[in-house]
Design a protein around this ligand. Structure first.
Ligand code: CU
Length: 280
């Protein structure tokens, strides 16, 4: 074999190997694509299974296999107080967002004709100690139409809280916790977001107010665990993933204050609880 022939042969061999390698590479790439395709429907279907559940359920994974659920309705009995329409004339922008006083009712007591009471924070006072998973998303407090949304909420210790100004006016958000540190922050421009955290447990809700608009107030609690919920417009609440046991269930309403009751939940039990406030 001459040198020339040898070089030619080696070159041909290298070429074959190169083509083979490319083919394999392409094949591998195709397999990866297929792999992604296989996973795509699963990823898409995962949120669908939780989309109907309350936010708290979506955010937390089951803590124990035999976890129970507490669910129920908060009711107000007696004559519900009539909430005044908030006058926002002090800031023309704010009043322009509520023509004819629309959606400007005071939210101290939010109750429907059937007595379903909204904005009641319901929580477990004494769950077993555990490293309970944090919600995967930040909590939010939105200033829109010179009102706070939500009006009542709980966040976890050290959970980021995104405070957003959705208005074309100056807000000054002033958190007034007792255990945690207060903060006071101006947000002059629409779209501004301030991210805050509370680093201590504070289960009794404290006020968050606006120093510019005296009518703006919201209430917030800081929880060491995920076993809390706020009653919705139809008065319902659900606390999932609770280890079986006996607990003190606390409810808190802005005007009527706290109430407590003892509850016992068994493995995988769904416990119906009724919470009743008397209008005074
Ligand atoms: Cu304000």
């Amino acid at each position: 074999m001459t040198l020339k022939k040898f070089v030619t042969l080696m070159f041909a061999a290298a070429l074959v190997m190169f083509v083979f390698a490319c083919g394999k590479g392409h094949e591998a790439a195709s397999k990866e694509d297929e792999g992604e395709d296989d996973e795509a429907p699963q990823a898409a279907s995962a949120p669908a299974t939780t989309s109907g559940a309350p936010a708290a359920a979506a955010a937390a994974v089951p803590v124990v296999a035999d976890a129970a659920t507490i669910t129920g309705v908060v009711k107000l009995v007696g004559n519900a107080p009539k909430m005044p329409t908030i006058q926002m004339n002090a800031d023309p922008y704010c009043s322009s967002q509520h023509p004819n006083g629309q959606n400007a009712q005071d939210e101290e007591v939010v109750v429907d004709a059937a007595g379903d009471l909204a904005n009641v924070l319901v929580y477990i006072k004494n769950p077993p100690p555990g490293n309970y998973p944090m919600p995967s998303t930040p909590a939010t407090l939105d200033q829109k139409g010179c009102r706070y949304y939500p009006h009542v909420q709980a966040v976890r210790v050290d959970q980021p809280l995104e405070i957003r100004n959705d208005d074309q006016t100056l807000h000054n958000v002033h958190a007034m916790p007792v255990v945690n540190s207060q903060f006071n922050e101006g947000q002059p421009i629409q779209g501004m977001v301030a991210t805050k955290k509370f680093d201590k447990v504070e289960m009794t809700p404290f006020k968050v107010k606006c120093d510019v608009h005296g009518w703006m107030k919201s209430y917030m609690a800081v929880m060491p665990h995920p076993f809390y919920a706020v009653s919705q417009m139809n008065g319902t609440f659900t606390i999932p993933n609770l280890p079986p046991g006996t607990y003190t269930l606390v409810s808190w309403q802005e005007k009527y204050g706290p109430q407590e009751q003892q509850i016992t939940v068994g493995p995988k039990e769904t416990k119906q609880v009724s919470i009743t406030y008397k209008a005074s």
